[in-house]
Design a protein around this ligand. Structure first.
Ligand code: URP
Ligand code: ZN
Ligand code: ZN
Length: 494
């Protein structure tokens, strides 16, 4: 009788620390054995000549979420997760987004109602906190953290979402006390509002002015402020979707100073530029996201940040709004002023392959770093490790099997999301995840989706070790206990 449900044979396995040849034996959806010459499985996959990585973990994607301007994303939980599976990603962490006046508990219930029957890969949720009332910070958040929602995103811009510094401090304090991870969208709201008003008043309405309004200095200032507030509270934070040298430098300096500041960047900052926003007519709207793509020099800087470890995670920030659609980028017409165009670009399906081709394939990063950036680090940061994000005995058998020589030209007609464009149309890349397995079951093969809606399971996130504070208070007052003495002692012991 076969000892395993499945054996993946003869592959070159890559984890965040090693690359080695081995077979993987799978039993009941988990990795049961990693070794040489495993006995027979009921099913066998010959991975000779292929690279086997953990399934991708995309820890920043917007699915079935209404934007701050009220536009619904094109993808629901089925199309988004189908697309993820076809791109080698087996875990997604989208957002349960609170708008002002909403109960967080209800928001979470609503997102579960959307995801439950539709998700085809496993999923967890971050919370978006836009209304940190006493009820939210005192009761809902602590209870939700205990229930497995251990990370939340806050915004420093967007009228409908932004928190002021005082509110940020409240949220950071809850995160410190409860050991949650706060993700920060760091752009200075007033700078953007002031620049936008000036640009629009002068008749500069085209998509390319979105890039001008979201100045790198606005990103730098907010990143620096977020880091300062987190340092004051002594709590780790993660700065998401970093686009430019100025902001990246703040993270690099914070890390060099020993602070627990994590960084995330995304494909749009490696492969798109401000020139894309300047395409003829309204085409630039396809490339509008916040922060916006910068110039070629910044692309190189962001690559350096990936190579040198300033960035811990490489996520898609998938936020797809169709182009030629009154419910998408054109909600306010074909020539809508940039302020009225939904922000966001798709990227769930091509995220890992773009980094594989241009990072590993072009010798910028090694395979273990690729795995760390696309799967392992996110699983660790968000409390899903080692169940997700690695190849280890006991881990879920989530595997991406790569043909490193397969060349594809990215084109929307072969992708599996609900979009009508991809910002990477026509780009030829080498290396593609030709088979994706989720908990031992094949969910994508040879460019076809063969999973099913509802097969994805909700993942409760643990408290992540990444959230442990440094114990390095910057003020002689402990806001958690009200004590001055305790804080002073803590300080003196350093
Ligand atoms: O432009 C973007 N990134 N849209 C998605 C929402 C967000 O801020 O992450
Ligand atoms: Zn954001
Ligand atoms: Zn986002």
């Amino acid at each position: 009788m076969a000892q395993y449900d499945l054996v993946v044979r003869n592959g070159t396995l890559a984890t965040a620390s090693d690359v080695f040849r081995a077979d993987i034996g799978v039993l009941a959806g988990r990795i049961a054995t990693i070794g040489a010459k495993l006995s027979a499985g009921r099913r066998e996959i010959n991975a000779e000549g292929h690279i086997v990585t953990p399934g991708g973990v995309d820890s920043h994607c917007h699915i079935e979420q209404r934007s701050s301007m009220g536009v619904m994303t094109a993808d629901d939980f089925f199309t988004a997760t189908r697309s993820a599976a076809c791109g080698g990603t087996t875990t997604v962490i989208p957002f349960a987004a609170q708008y002002r006046g909403m109960s967080l508990r209800q928001v979470v219930k609503d997102y579960h109602a959307c995801a439950g029957a539709k998700a085809s890969v496993d999923y967890a949720f971050h919370l978006i906190i836009s209304d940190p009332t006493d009820q939210v910070t005192g009761q809902e958040l602590p209870a939700l953290i205990k229930d497995g929602y251990t990370s939340f995103k806050i915004y420093m811009t967007y009228d409908a979402l932004k928190l002021d510094d005082r509110q940020i401090l409240e949220v950071l304090s809850v995160a410190r006390r409860e050991r949650a991870l706060v993700m920060v969208h760091a752009e200075n709201h007033d700078v953007i509002a002031w620049l936008s008003e000036g640009l629009l008043a002068a008749g500069h309405t085209a998509p390319r002015f979105h890039g001008m309004a979201h100045a790198p200095i606005a990103e730098r200032e907010a990143t620096s402020r977020a880091i300062s507030l987190a340092e004051l509270v002594d709590v780790p934070i993660l700065i998401v979707h970093v686009s430019a040298r100025e902001a990246m430098e703040q993270i690099r300096l914070a890390k060099a100073g020993g602070l627990k500041v994590y960084g995330e960047t995304c494909p749009q900052y490696l492969f798109l530029t401000a020139d894309d926003l300047d395409r003829p007519g309204f085409e630039g709207a396809k490339y509008m996201c916040s922060p916006p793509p910068r110039d070629k020099a910044n692309q190189e800087v962001i690559w350096q940040g990936l190579v040198s470890g300033v960035f811990d995670v490489f996520s898609s920030d998938h936020a797809g709004y169709r182009y030629n659609d009154p419910e998408g980028k054109m909600k306010h017409g074909r020539n809508a002023p940039f302020k009225k165009v939904a922000n966001g670009v798709p990227g769930l399906e091509v995220r890992t392959a773009l980094l594989f081709a241009e990072g590993v394939g072009k010798g910028r990063i090694e395979l273990p770093q690729f795995v760390a950036l696309t799967a392992t680090n996110a699983a660790k940061l968000y409390g899903l490790y080692p169940r997700k994000g690695t190849l280890a005995v006991g881990s879920d058998a989530d595997l991406a099997i790569w043909d490193p020589d397969k060349e594809i030209t990215i084109t929307q007609s072969t992708l599996h999301d609900a979009m009508d464009y991809t910002p990477y149309e026509g780009k030829t890349i080498k290396g593609w995840p030709v088979t994706t397995l989720m908990r031992g079951e094949t969910v994508a093969e040879g460019g076809e989706f063969i999973g099913a809606p509802g097969k994805g399971r909700f993942l409760k996130c643990d408290i992540s070790p990444a959230t442990v504070p440094l114990g390095r208070r910057t003020i002689a007052f402990d806001p958690e206990t009200g004590s001055i003495e305790a804080a002073k002692q803590a300080e003196d012991s350093h």
